[in-house]
Design a protein around this ligand. Sequence first.
Ligand code: ADP
Ligand code: NI
Length: 205
Amino acid sequence: MNSPSNRSGLVARVQNVVTQRMAGQAAGHGMDHVLRVLSSARAIQSRTGGDLIIVELAALLHDVGDAKFHDGVERSAEFTREILHELGADDADIQHVAHIVDNISFRKRDAAKPLSLEGQIVQDADRLDALGAIGIVRTIEFGAAFGQPFYLPNAPSEKTGVSHFHDKLFKLKSLMNTDAARNMAQDREAFMRQFLDQFLAENES
Ligand code: ADP
Ligand code: NI
């Protein structure tokens, strides 16, 4: 089951399973996000090296059991093991991918175990998708889904989309693991800052 051709065939089979499992999840949190992470992860891997199949599998599976869609319980690592086992992946690959999926989130970063190069690549790709024009849209969509306003000029200490830019998104560039991702983050963060400056200026005029 683990010849090189089967190993790359696994990526396509995992993509099919994840596409089915994530069908119906809102844009920004669904397969569109996963495919952008996959594409950025491939671009980073082409500069850094690392095992491309592990990168692709972890990118595809990293949000498959997102807590937002599973009663607040994060089940991505558990589903990753199940799916890869079912599709006949070998144990070493299953353990490696599940370890990545279990340890890449921003929220758990203080408790996270060290990531392999492949894990660092997928973590960077996931973080890139929170930046730039896409990052702005995803922040607004998150607010719409969870009843959080984007901006409250008279309540600066309330949690808003704008506060999320400062609390998390503007920190991501310096948290990138790879130079390739840090470079890609540069333009995206600059665009977000420009958007925010314009947005705040329009609110004052
Ligand atoms: P991912 O799905 O990539 O693992 P998250 O689930 O943490 O990441 O967040 C999904 C998207 O929603 C990201 O673009 C993120 O910036 C945005 N988001 C997360 N938390 C908030 C929040 N409190 N306010 C606004 N946007 C948020
Ligand atoms: Ni993600």
